[in-house]
Design a protein around this ligand. Structure first.
Ligand SMILES: [Zn+2]
Length: 276
């Protein structure tokens, strides 16, 4: 299953606007505003909402709406919207490109307080192609090191989730949502190592058309190293042992503990000993 990313809308020949508003009265106020739009012929295509702390119980929202079929003067209708009792603030934007509107105005999407770059496949693929075509095998060490930095950042999740197995679940959810990978899971656990399989890993998928004929998940290798070291507090070495670019059906990573004795409770990593 795939989704259109619901932050950018493009419907050529339609007149789209972004409406940014603060609505008081909680979800009741929001329902009232949406009812008003419907009555005026403003078709809501997508919206992002959040509950604001100040003013209390207010709902912040950015709406992308199609106003092509609205009858009457649009500026009058927007002025009328601004007069609705529950609407504490409202701004209407047009992008300047007919048929194009985005759900985010006046800021960036963020993730754990970090600015989030949302990039289409073409951009990611362009970056990876260029790196591999320019640097060849030398790129691998750089990507691994960069991935490790990301893995260290992922430690922030440790405070949010409990056991490592939950950490991997969180990582799986987020990676899938961001389009980076699917089905990150532990497939076997031994005393000092475990194996993690990943499907649709962006590192490898993005250059599969170059037919590199070698394992290419170096960035994710670094991510796992940074993540496991951050969580367990001892050194780890990660190696990609199967890769879609080297004939594998998935990318599989072996995560080996190099210091500090065996894994604490193998149950923590969510797979039976030696199981698949
Ligand atoms: Zn791979």
């Amino acid at each position: 299953m795939s989704y259109e990313f619901p932050l950018v809308f493009y419907h050529p020949e339609r007149r789209l606007v972004t409406i940014s508003a603060i609505v008081e009265g909680g979800t009741g106020g929001l329902a009232g505003l949406l009812g008003f739009y419907a009555a005026k012929g403003v078709k809501v295509l997508g919206l992002v909402t959040w509950v604001t702390l100040y003013p209390e119980r207010s709902v912040g929202l950015n709406i992308v709406a199609d106003v092509t079929d609205v009858e009457g003067d649009l500026s009058d209708i927007f002025a009328e919207m601004g007069q609705i009792r529950e609407v504490a603030a409202m701004t209407v934007y047009e992008s300047g490109v007919k048929g194009l509107a985005t759900c985010l105005k006046g800021g960036f999407p963020t993730f754990l307080g970090e600015r989030l770059f949302v990039m289409p496949h073409a951009l990611f693929e362009g970056l990876y192609h260029t790196i591999f075509e320019s640097l060849g095998g030398s790129a691998f060490a750089i990507l691994r090191r960069a991935g490790r930095k990301v893995g260290e950042f992922a430690r922030a999740f440790r405070a949010i989730v409990g056991e490592p197995v939950d950490l991997l679940r969180v990582m799986n959810e987020i990676s899938s949502t961001l389009g980076l990978a699917q089905e990150i899971k532990v497939i076997s656990v031994e005393d000092n190592s475990l194996k993690v399989s990943v499907r649709e890993l962006a590192d490898c998928v993005s250059i599969s058309d170059l037919k590199p004929g070698t394992k290419t998940g170096h960035f994710f290798t670094g991510v796992l190293e940074g993540l496991f070291e951050g969580v367990e507090g001892v050194e780890y070495e990660v190696e990609e042992v199967e890769c879609i670019n080297a004939g594998g059906v998935a990318c599989v990573f072996e995560v080996r503990r190099t210091t500090g004795g065996p894994h604490r409770g193998r149950d923590a990593w969510g797979a039976a000993r030696g199981g698949t």
